[in-house]
Design a protein around this ligand. Structure first.
Ligand code: NAD
Length: 307
């Protein structure tokens, strides 16, 4: 399997490292517009692989899309991240221009690839890719964001369990659907479980509200701490998405996908396998959650209208 990552910044280069270190693909190509950066990152990653069992080859290129030819998966992490105080939606102008350039270059050499879109505002950038490839090819476009937001939801649950009970082994299942934005994401509290039990078995209403708030602001909290947006967990989300394609895993995860009924891309519980999006889960939601999801759909539509 060949994976090309367009944008060798914090998220792209870290994803390359994680994918290469896991050794499940033959080749990773990193492409960036900044002279020498992708080549340097690729060389550094390759040298680190020499200390592992991985046989993956990582190469870097400054803008030469022919090196990405015949990729099975193209990951798009190019563009600008947010700075403290910014929303993801504010990036739409600059990143949509980058997106058009990247789609032109990548599809020329890998017309049949599955696209994993990461650049923000992610739901809108994912819709751009769907429009570019044609809506009939929607299964080949996966927006990575819901997996990260779900991991942040699970993290906040985990840390509260730790505060209450200390160390322990917990099976936490918690998903976030809706838009990948501070105010648009919808953590599915009613479906979240710890060792098969609902959150109400472990936490008060106030504690659950705190978990939800910290999940929704998770990206902004980290951006304030780091001065730029986070990269380790986003890169892990990319690595897991590529693995689901490589191993035809088909386990339920939250990702942004094209939903015909709304005519836009939005976080949905889906299964991902060798052909991209394999299935869409229609979940039983309370009226309150349905209303939040519908509001999220309209918020994403509003950002899409800025294109
Ligand atoms: P970064 O600034 O570290 O890296 C971005 C890279 O893109 C830079 O190296 C830049 O040179 C490159 N680039 C710019 N224009 C390009 C072009 N036309 N072609 C190829 N490369 C180009 O930023 P980052 O922290 O890696 O974040 C990348 C993007 O991912 C941002 O838009 C950020 O908001 C987004 N992000 C999304 C998620 C998510 O969950 N979906 C999580 C974190 C970050």
């Amino acid at each position: 399997m060949k994976v090309s990552i367009i944008g060798a910044g914090n998220v792209g280069a870290t994803a390359a490292m994680k994918i290469a270190a896991d050794g499940f693909v033959n080749e990773v190509v990193l492409l960036d517009v900044k002279e020498g950066v992708a080549e340097g990152k690729a060389m550094d990653i390759m040298q680190s692989l020499m200390m592992t069992d991985s046989n993956t080859i990582v190469i870097g290129t400054t803008g030469d899309y022919s090196k990405t030819a015949n990729s099975d998966v193209i990951v798009i992490t190019s563009g600008v991240p947010r700075k403290p105080g910014m929303t993801r939606e504010e990036l739409v102008g600059v990143n949509s221009k980058v997106m058009t350039m990247v789609l032109d270059g990548a599809t020329k050499y890998s017309p049949d690839a599955i696209f994993v879109v990461v650049s923000n505002p992610m739901d809108t950038m994912t819709m751009m890719a769907v429009n570019y490839l044609g809506k009939e090819n929607w299964r080949k476009v996966i927006g990575m964001g819901g997996m990260l937001d779900s991991a942040r939801f699970e993290y906040n649950i985990r840390m509260k369990l730790y505060a209450h009970y200390g160390l322990g082994k917990y099976d936490i299942v918690a998903k976030v659907i809706g838009g990948h934005g501070d105010t648009t994401m919808v953590p599915l509290v009613e479906n979240a479980t710890v060792n098969g039990k609902p959150l109400t078995s472990f936490f008060t209403d106030e504690e659950i509200a705190d978990i939800v708030e910290k999940t929704m602001k998770g990206g902004a909290i980290l951006t304030k701490m780091l001065g730029t947006s986070a990269w380790e967990a986003p890169a892990q989300g990319i690595c897991e998405t590529v693995k689901m394609i490589a191993f035809d895993e088909n386990i339920p995860v939250a990702s942004s996908v094209y939903r015909e009924e709304y005519d836009l891309c939005i976080g949905t519980v889906v299964t991902i396998g060798k052909d991209g999006i394999e299935g869409i889960f229609t979940m039983k939601l309370s009226d309150e959650t349905k209303n939040k999801y519908n509001a999220s759909v309209e918020a994403v539509r509003n950002v899409n209208s800025a294109l």
